[in-house]
Ligand binder design. Structure first.
Ligand code: RIB
Length: 292
């Protein structure tokens, strides 16, 4: 069976829902508070594992109560957690406010920022055993760039989900085999004025721009391909992008066909937003197949 390796963040999500976003300096009353496992890395690992992929998670959690719970959750999802390191200090957390059918998130990286070159060096054998590596930008950028060189050297395809977005060094863009920003991330990475259709033409079979409920587009080398999503009742969009990435990796492993992998990813991401919490709505393989 093909193996997916996720190198990334593991957070506890502290989720508040309210009618509106408070203005700076304002206090408002909310409706609910829940604590959910999250983190873009862990979410992508869970999305892939739910779809049946053999998935290993590389990252760090703190020695606080969240650290133990986060690893326990990944274990329960069937993700290989043997190489997750527990470090001194707090685990990563995400403060999430859900209002107006959208969310805003503040991430405090904590232990995620101890994922460094030395840790990656010690995980080289695990990385080398994998058929695809997924990463995001909630661990230090230097580590992500270093990982991209390892993947390139070892001939392992790297899927970079550039979130949260920041300007990227050219070598990282070159080394990644797939890059999956959404529209607002495109603006931060490639500039506000960029024309998305022209941009994706520069990166055939590589740059996939996700468009929320509209699906995703990419350039197949001959034409721009738009793969639509499914229509659902949205409860919580947190983790939809992560579900897309985990499912895309599984689709590429299964079929090596981008159009198929994106359709699968769109469907999985669509299903994921029908439940509250980043990971709760992530579908199993059968649920996705029933919709495809
Ligand atoms: O992509 C959603 C994730 O972003 C949340 O689970 C939160 O932890 C933040 O990292």
């Amino acid at each position: 069976m093909k193996k997916i390796c996720v190198v990334g963040s593991i957070n506890m999500d502290l989720v508040v829902s309210a009618d509106t976003y408070p203005r700076p300096g304002e206090t408002i009353l909310g409706h609910s508070f829940i604590t959910n496992p999250g983190g873009k890395g862990a979410n992508q690992a869970v999305a892939a594992a739910r779809l049946g992929a053999e998935t290993v998670m590389l990252g760090c959690v703190g020695d606080d109560i969240y650290g133990a719970k986060l690893v326990e959750n990944l274990d329960a999802e069937g993700v290989d957690t043997r190489h997750i390191r527990r470090v001194e200090g707090p685990s990563g957390i995400a403060n999430i406010l859900i209002a107006d059918h959208d969310n805003s998130i503040v991430v405090v990286p904590g232990a995620n920022y101890t994922v460094d070159r030395t840790y990656l060096d010690s995980m080289l054998d695990v990385i080398k055993e994998s058929d695809m590596v997924l990463t995001q930008l909630e661990i230090p950028l230097d580590t992500v760039v270093y990982l991209s060189h390892i993947c390139k050297r070892e001939g392992i395809p790297l899927l970079l989900n550039p979130a949260p977005a920041m300007p990227l060094p050219g070598e990282l863009i070159d080394n990644a085999v797939y890059i999956t920003p959404n529209e607002s991330e495109v603006e931060i990475i490639f500039g506000e004025k960029v024309d998305i259709k022209q941009l994706i033409r520069q990166y055939p079979q590589k740059l996939i721009v996700t468009l929320g409920k509209e699906g995703a587009i990419y350039f197949d080398g001959a034409e721009i391909v738009h793969i639509p999503s499914i229509s659902v009742d949205v409860v919580d969009t947190t983790g939809a992008g992560d579900t897309f990435n985990g499912a895309f990796a599984v689709g590429m492993m299964a079929a090596r066909d981008m159009a198929y992998a994106i359709a699968l990813a769109n469907t999985a991401a669509g299903l994921s937003v029908t439940k509250m919490g980043a990971q709760r709505g992530m579908p199993a393989w059968r649920e996705v197949m029933d919709q495809l």
